[in-house]
Structures are given as structure tokens and as C-alpha cells.
Design a binder for this molecule. Sequence first.
Ligand code: ADP
Ligand code: MG
Length: 257
Amino acid sequence: MGLSVENLSVSLAGKKILDQVSFALPEEGIFFLLGPNGAGKSTLLRAICGLIPADSGNICWNAQPISKLSPQEIAKQIGYLPQNIQSVEMTAEEFAMLGAAPYLKWGEVPCELHRRQAEAALELLGISHLAKRQLNRMSGGERQLTALARALVQNAPLLLLDEPTASLDVKRQQDFLQTLQKVVKRGQKAALLSVHDPNLALTYGDRVLVLRNGKIKLLSASPNFGEQLCQILKPLYGDNFTLSADGYFYWKTERRL
Ligand code: ADP
Ligand code: MG
């Protein structure tokens, strides 16, 4: 059970981006996807939720092949947060309410219950003050949090979040991941998120996937998680990429002062 990806290959414009990728993740936990720019992180997340076709391979969520599900069924199982959230003329509350769409019958519109769900999601993420603000009048980080609120209203058991912390300040990154920890625990969800900061993966990750040259390596949290991850990441980032004695990744560079 959980997420199972078997021999997944994906090509874009004739170039192989994912090459026979296989891994399995349990149905509860926070899982990080690392890899340099252009490694294929977004491609993998988009392929899992069926937004781009695979050349070959199988993707199952709780033993159900995703390819056999309708878009509405997929939306009930997977909440996907794209890397770039489009700026639309909708308030945060209206946008978060869109998360109710997979549960509405044809012609049905969101009701007071969905509005309350949106309100609760905005509050959980600390952005209630943005409820009546339009997305096109928000910062990138505020838009990302609003889009996460939509995914929470969607209430899917699997969350795929593409660089959700990229536009957040350092404090908000920690707040975001602590909130995600609560969401995952409370709702027994699985969250797979791409990030660039390996310290976030080390601090909050139950498993870490590293994508490079179309192939993937999977690492589980363990007492020597940091050293193992460092060994995998050094070939990607160079020898100056280092793990400190107290377990934080940093770059050995000369300071100006
Ligand atoms: P990441 O998210 O790890 O930065 P992406 O999955 O966005 O990487 O991209 C992987 C590779 O696929 C990159 O080389 C990128 O240039 C290429 N790529 C992404 N989208 C397209 C597309 N629509 N058509 C052709 N190539 C693409
Ligand atoms: Mg990307």
C-alpha cells in the first residue's frame, strides 16, 4: 500500500527525463524529492498525478493504478501543488474553495460547508488575513500557501507539492513544514515534496528521494541519515558541500569578512 512507482520512464521533446525509475513510499509520512535543477523533479510529480503521459511503467496509489482513474477520482486521491501558481482574479477564500470541486455533483456549487473548510485551511496555514485578498495581489509565498489551502480543502490522502517552500522566508519554511507534519499526522496522509534545501529534508523527512540523470535513490531516516545523504549529494553539489559536526549541511566557502 502507499505509493508504488515501477519502471517509470518519461520523455519530453524526445529526451528521456526519467529512466526506469522505481520506488515505493508508505501511505503516511513526509517524503522529500531532491535533485539539481532540470533533474526531473517536476516531471516525476506531474507524471504521478497523470498530467504527463509515461513512455512505460506503472504508478499505483494504495494498489490502484492511477492510469485507470478518472480525473475526478485522481483529484480525490491526489492533491497536487504546481511549482508556479498562476495569478488569478480570485480571493484566497474563493481559490481555497476550489478544493471542493471533486466532491461536487454536476451543476452543484460550493456551499457554506466548503467556505468553512476554506476558512479553516487558511487559518491553519496562518493566512486568514488574506481571505479576501485576490491572488494577483499577493507575493509568491502567499500564493503558494493559498494553493496549499486549496489542497487541504481537497482533502486527498496523497499530497504532491512542487517546491512549496521556494518562495517562503526562512521562518515560514519551518512553519510550513511543521504545519505539514500536523496535517500528515492528523489525516494519515503521505506528502511528497520537492525542495532544494537538504536541511529541510534531513529535519522533516521520513524518506528522501534523490533524482539525478533520470535515476532515483531512496533513503530512509536512520541514525546516520545525514552522512548517508551527504554521500549521495556530494557528487551532485561538489566537495564543498559538507555536513557539520552537529548535523547541518552547509557549503565551505570563503567569507568576505
Ligand atoms: P526539475 O523540476 O528537477 O528542475 P523538470 O522536471 O522541470 O526538472 O525538467 C526536467 C528536464 O525536462 C529539464 O531538462 C527541462 O528542461 C525539460 N523539460 C521540462 N518541461 C519540458 C517540456 N514541456 N518540453 C520539453 N522539455 C521539458
Ligand atoms: Mg521543478
